[in-house]
Design a protein around this ligand. Structure first.
Ligand code: IPE
Ligand code: IPE
Ligand code: MG
Ligand code: MG
Ligand code: MG
Length: 287
């Protein structure tokens, strides 16, 4: 199985579980549920779910116990995208090849889609009954993770940051959720502490490579392939790797992070082969 097929199989597993989550929502405002459905389905690489399911598989041979985590991560990630696109944040009109939530509906609906997805995520995650994972996901989502990073990202507009500051933003706004995908999967798969730590390190490095590549694609990508606007970062005067260092140096640093990710996997054998391919894929992708 090549890396794209691996991602597709994990995406399929996640999407059927996500569909059940939405079905179970009972008596709720149907227009809100449809709006959530619009954002959650019909696009998205499902990269974080693939890491959660994959990490569990590496340590235990099965993805089963990590399915609620996979769903929760995709819900949190989707919420972060809906809010990220709002006029008060990145002000973008296209996401996953479709109009962004505030364009398709309105701003209030987009805010509430995000709020609802975040709560739904923790409701699903609670099914694991694993307090350690619930706490780690909360931490990776909040002020010390994604939300904190998004705040620093906005503060960094129109400013020249040091490479250290920029790396910190990328590690928190994107790396934290990617790292906890691997970590949570390893915990739910009942991995040893050494395995959990190794997969967490892998996720941290891969998370940094992922956001550097996202910055690069914002400059050199193709809108039809990316499903989101190209040139948005420059328009918003964002602090990004390409803005600070240029494309070539940014590519070097992304590759460096991939090399570090590979090093984190040295204690694993064949069982981690898909994670090795995924790490390389992250910097080679065009979407
Ligand atoms: C985009 O994430 C935003 C970042 C955190 C870099 P993805 O590239 O994973 O977006 P989807 O889920 O595939 O749309
Ligand atoms: C977003 O980074 C990170 C999030 C936590 C959503 P970007 O703002 O660069 O993501 P895109 O390019 O809009 O997907
Ligand atoms: Mg942003
Ligand atoms: Mg954005
Ligand atoms: Mg971007």
């Amino acid at each position: 199985m090549d890396v794209e097929d691996y991602l597709k199989s994990k995406a399929a597993e996640t999407e059927s579980a996500l569909k059940s989550c939405l079905k179970q929502s009972g008596d709720v405002p149907q227009n809100l549920l449809q709006a959530i459905h619009y954002c959650l389905f019909g696009g998205g690489k499902r990269f974080r779910p693939a890491l959660a399911l994959g990490a569990s598989e590496i340590v235990s041979g099965t993805t089963q116990t990590a399915v609620p985590l996979a769903c929760a991560l995709e819900m949190i990630h989707t919420y972060s995208l809906v809010h990220d696109d709002l006029p008060a944040m990145d002000d973008d009109d296209l996401r996953r090849g479709k109009p962004t939530a505030h364009k398709q509906f309105d701003e209030a609906t987009a805010i509430l889609i995000g709020d609802a997805l975040q709560c739904m995520a923790f409701e699903v995650l609670a099914e694991t009954e694993n307090i350690r994972v619930i706490r780690d996901v909360a931490k990776a989502t909040g002020v010390s993770g994604m939300v904190g990073g998004q705040f620093l990202d906005l503060e960094g507009e129109n400013r020249e940051l040091s490479l250290e500051q920029l790396q910190q933003i990328h590690r928190s706004k994107t790396g934290a959720l990617i790292a906890v995908s691997c970590r949570g999967g390893a915990i739910l798969g009942n991995g040893t502490e050494d395995q959990i730590e190794a997969l967490t390190r892998y996720g941290e490095h891969v998370g940094l490579a992922f956001q550097i590549t996202d910055d690069i694609l914002d400059v050199v990508g193709v809108e039809e392939e990316l499903g989101k606007p190209v040139g948005s970062d420059e328009e918003q005067h964002k602090s990004t790797y390409p803005a600070l260092l240029g494309i070539d140096k940014s590519r070097d640093l992304a590759q460096h992070a991939v090399d570090d990710a590979m090093d984190s996997l040295t204690s694993f054998g064949e069982e981690a082969k898909h994670f090795r391919s995924l790490a390389s894929y992250i910097v080679e992708r065009n979407r």
